[in-house]
Write a protein of this length. Structure first.
Length: 447
C-alpha cells in the first residue's frame, strides 16, 4: 500500500480515496499518537468550505471522540488560524480538513501538533502504522467517551491576532479581496474592513460548490480585471484554505510569492528584523530573487520543494521569513505555517508605510524567463543523471555561458517517468534551445 501522507497531509477525491472510514481511522490514530494516550486530549478542528467537509468532519470527530478526545470545532476557518488557535487554546493538537488550492472534488486532512507545527515524517509514519497494521487502541466507554463542542469565538480570536501583526491601520488603501469562496471568506473581509481599508470583494462567501473555481491564488485573472478596472491600490488572492497568497498590483499585474518575499525581506532588513540577514526559499524560486536579494546584501538559503521543508530550515536556524513562489510565505515571528492573511497584511502595511505603488515595490526584483522541458526516462533510471559525466559537463557548460545570470535545474519527477529540465536566463529564445538540447541529451544518455 502506498504512503497515506503526502507533502501536506492526506489528500484525495472525497468519498472515493479519502473516505469517511479513512477519516475515522485518521482521527483515532492521530489523537492517540499526537497526545501520547492522554486520557482526555483536547483537539481543535477547522475546515474550508468544501461540500465534503461536513461528511469528513463528522467521521473525523467520531474517530477522535471514540478514543476519548474533547473535540472543539472552529468551523470554516483558514488553515493558519488552526495552527495559531491550537496554541492559544492550549489544545493537544489541531486538525484541518481541506485540500487547499485543489478542485472541489478533492479534500484532505492534515494535523498540527500542540505547538502549531505540521507533523514530521516520523510522527505521520506512526499514525500510518496504526491504521495499516490495525493496531488496537483504547476503547473507552461510559464517561470515558469523548465529547464535541463548537467554539463561536474562533474567527474573532484569529482576527484580533492578525491585527496585532502590523503597526498601522489601512485607511486610504483601496483593496480587492478574492477569497476563492473558501476559508478566508470568514476572516479577510472583516479584517480589512475593521482596519479601515476601502474593500471590494470577490468570491467572498464560503461556497463549497465554487471553491477555487475561476478564482483564488491559482486563478487570479478575474482579480486582475477588477483591480485594473476599479482603480484599486492592490488585489489579494487567497487559496481555498488561505495559507497562500498571490497579489496583484495597481496595473493588474501578478506579484507572486518570490516578489513578495523580496519586498518583505528588504523591508525587514531595513527595520532590523531580518534574522541572520537571511531569507529561505526553495530551489524553484526564480533566479531573479537571488540577484535582487544579493544586490541588497541579503543571504539566501534554499531547500527542496515544499513549504514544510522551508519551515524546517527556518526553525532549525532561527530565520524569520521564507516561502515559495506559489505564495506560501512564512513569517515565523508571527505564525508557524504559511499564512495568506498575514502576508496580505504585510504587503498592505508596506504600501501604507512606504507611500509607493505595489508595481514600484515589486520592481525591486526582475523575474527571469524560465523554460521547463520534460525528458522521458524510465523510472528506475531517473536519478542516474547525477552520475553521468557527459550530462554534468553539459550543465556546467550552459551555466558558464550564462555567466551568473541564469541557471540549470534538473529534477526527477516524483510520480512519473520523467526528468524535468528547467533553464532560467535573460534570453527566452536561447534558454529554450538550451533546455531542449539538454533534455534530448538526458533522454539519449539515460535510455
Amino acid at each position: 500500500m502506498a504512503r497515506l501522507f503526502g507533502t501536506d497531509g492526506v489528500r484525495g477525491v472525497a468519498n472515493k480515496e479519502l473516505t469517511p472510514h479513512l477519516a475515522f481511522e485518521l482521527g483515532r490514530a492521530g489523537a492517540f499518537v499526537l497526545t501520547e494516550g492522554t486520557r482526555r486530549p483536547k483537539i481543535l478542528i477547522g475546515r474550508d468550505s468544501r461540500i465534503s467537509g461536513d461528511m469528513l468532519q463528522s467521521a473525523l470527530t467520531a474517530g477522535l471522540t471514540s478514543v476519548g478526545a474533547e473535540v472543539i470545532s472552529a468551523g470554516i476557518i483558514p488553515t493558519p488560524a488552526v495552527a495559531y488557535l491550537t496554541r492559544l487554546y492550549n489544545a493537544d493538537a489541531g486538525v484541518v480538513i481541506s485540500a487547499s488550492h485543489n478542485p472541489v472534488e478533492y479534500n484532505g486532512i492534515k494535523f498540527f501538533n500542540k505547538d502549531g507545527y505540521k507533523l514530521p515524517d516520523e510522527m505521520e509514519d506512526k499514525i500510518e502504522k496504526i491504521i495499516k497494521e490495525k493496531i488496537d487502541l483504547p476503547i473507552p466507554t461510559g464517561m470515558g467517551v469523548g465529547i464535541y463542542k463548537e467554539n463561536t469565538s474562533a474567527q474573532r480570536d484569529y482576527i484580533e491576532f492578525l491585527k496585532s501583526t502590523i503597526n498601522c491601520d489601512l485607511r486610504g488603501l483601496k483593496v480587492v479581496l478574492d477569497c476563492a469562496y473558501g476559508a478566508s471568506s470568514t476572516v479577510a473581509p472583516v479584517l480589512f474592513n475593521e482596519l479601515g481599508a476601502d474593500v471590494i470583494l470577490y468570491g467572498a462567501q464560503p461556497n463549497g460548490e465554487k471553491i477555487n473555481v475561476k478564482c483564488g491564488s491559482t486563478n487570479p485573472q478575474k482579480l486582475q480585471e477588477i483591480v485594473a478596472g476599479s482603480g484599486a491600490d492592490v488585489g489579494f488572492a487567497f487559496d481555498g484554505d488561505a495559507d497562500r497568497l498571490i497579489a496583484v498590483d495597481e496595473k493588474g499585474n501578478i506579484v507572486d510569492g518570490d516578489h513578495i518575499i523580496v519586498m518583505c525581506g528588504i523591508h525587514l532588513k531595513n527595520i532590523g528584523k531580518l534574522n541572520k540577514n537571511t531569507v529561505v526559499v526553495t530551489v524553484m524560486s526564480n533566479i531573479g530573487l537571488d540577484i535582487a536579494l544579493k544586490q541588497n546584501g541579503i543571504d539566501v538559503v534554499k531547500t527542496k520543494v515544499g513549504d514544510r521543508y522551508v519551515l524546517e530550515e527556518m526553525v532549525r536556524n532561527g530565520y524569520s521569513i521564507g516561502g515559495e513562489q506559489s505564495g506560501h510565505i512564512i513569517f515565523l515571528d508571527h505564525n508557524t505555517t504559511g499564512d495568506g492573511e498575514i502576508t496580505a497584511l504585510k504587503v498592505a502595511e508596506l504600501l501604507k508605510l512606504s507611500g509607493k505603488n505595489l508595481s514600484e515595490l515589486a520592481g525591486s526584483m526582475v523575474s527571469y524567463p524560465q523554460v521547463l522541458i520534460n525528458a522521458k526516462v524510465k523510472n528506475e533510471l531517473k536519478h542516474n543523471y547525477m552520475d553521468d559525466e557527459v550530462i554534468a559537463r553539459e550543465i556546467k557548460k550552459l551555466e558558464d555561458e550564462m555567466k551568473g545570470e541564469g541557471r540549470v535545474l534538473i529534477r526527477p519527477s516524483g510520480t512519473e517517468p520523467l526528468v524535468r529540465v528547467m533553464v532560467e536566463g535573460k534570453d527566452q529564445e536561447k534558454i529554450e534551445t538550451m533546455a531542449k538540447e539538454l533534455a534530448s541529451l538526458i533522454e539519449k544518455k539515460l535510455n
